[in-house]
Design a protein around this ligand. Structure first.
Ligand code: AMP
Ligand code: MN
Ligand code: MN
Ligand code: MN
Length: 285
């Protein structure tokens, strides 16, 4: 079992648990080093760090930054960032500022499909209106009986190019990596297998990511098939990128994988945490 988990979400973005409950769950399930990586916000980090300390596990300050790379939306994890660094914080403010406007547009699309009241429904489920996301819309559609589960909400309405999908301009890839590095962090490309890119495009993305200062890619994560793991690991090795691992846990009911169920990194990978002081105390893989 993997004791390192460098990707998960609290209710400060689109997770279901408070930072405290999230870290307690991870610790109870055997995780020994964890990064909280909420989308576009650093708000949960101090409560999570405090909880990790009282549970006796190592904590990494993280964030998952939304990026537009051409027409593709990418997610870039910032690990070991300094939450008090002002350029990163300002960059995240600029990303969050667009979320409410996009939510209004999503609600209009849903209304044209005969589904009224989704903006207030989604906002009621979001702890912070600036952080309202498609996940909150999906939860609202499930709770109000429009669809039977989250998967169907994305398949029928909210997924890429579905009727309620609203294309949005997030941050530029170079900006996101620059903010992360400027805050002393390491930039990790999240779940590369999820972007639907053909091998040649994935190669282009990895090279560009590296040339802009990216250091690692997420090899092991819940949405990757064994084939994704193999492909991403090989490409990372070929291009000299390090490897990360994280569950992308959002909620006990919705997540594909709970804490403590991650596979180990393939042995050929160079773990992103290899020289981190936080993991001196235990196994490096
Ligand atoms: P947003 O940043 O508002 O566009 O929302 C993206 C979030 O939606 C992701 O971080 C996931 O948590 C969630 N998501 C995207 N696709 C799916 C899916 N097919 N099933 C469940 N959740 C999804
Ligand atoms: Mn999410
Ligand atoms: Mn993501
Ligand atoms: Mn995530």
């Amino acid at each position: 079992m993997h004791t390192i988990d460098l990707h998960c979400h609290s209710d400060r973005s689109d997770g279901a648990l408070s930072p405290r409950a999230l870290i307690e769950r991870a610790a109870a399930r055997g995780v020994r080093m964890i990064a909280l990586t909420d989308h576009d916000t650093l708000e949960g980090l101090s409560a999570a760090a405090e909880t990790a300390k009282s549970c006796g596990i190592d904590f990494i300050n993280g964030v998952e930054v939304s990026v537009s790379w051409g027409s593709v939306t990418l997610h870039v994890l910032g690990l070991r960032v300094d939450p008090s660094e002002s350029r990163l914080a300002a960059g995240l403010v600029s990303i969050r500022a667009g979320r409410l406007r996009r939510a209004e547009a999503i609600a209009l699309r849903l209304e044209s499909k005969g589904i009224a009241g989704s903006l207030s429904g989604a906002l009621a489920l979001a702890a912070n209106p600036e952080m309202v996301s498609r996940t909150h819309f999906a939860r609202h559609l499930v709770a109000s009986g429009v669809v039977k589960n989250m998967k169907t909400a994305f398949q029928r309405f909210l997924g890429e190019d579905k009727p309620a999908f609203v294309r949005h301009r997030w941050s530029a890839l170079g900006d996101a990596i620059g903010w992360i590095r400027g805050a002393g962090g390491v930039a990790v490309l999240a779940h590369p297998g999820r972007y639907g890119l053909r091998p040649v495009r994935l190669h282009t993305l990895f090279s560009e990511f590296k040339s802009l200062g990216g250091e690692a890619v997420e090899v092991v994560t819940s949405s990757h098939t064994p084939q994704d793991v193999e492909q991403v690991a090989n490409l990372a090795c070929a291009l000299g990128l390090r490897a990360s691992a994280g569950s992308d846990f959002h909620s006990p009911e919705e997540s594909w994988l709970d804490f403590g169920q991650l596979r180990e990194l393939p042995p050929k990978c160079d773990p992103v945490w290899r020289d981190w002081p936080e993991c001196r105390s235990f196994t490096r893989h």
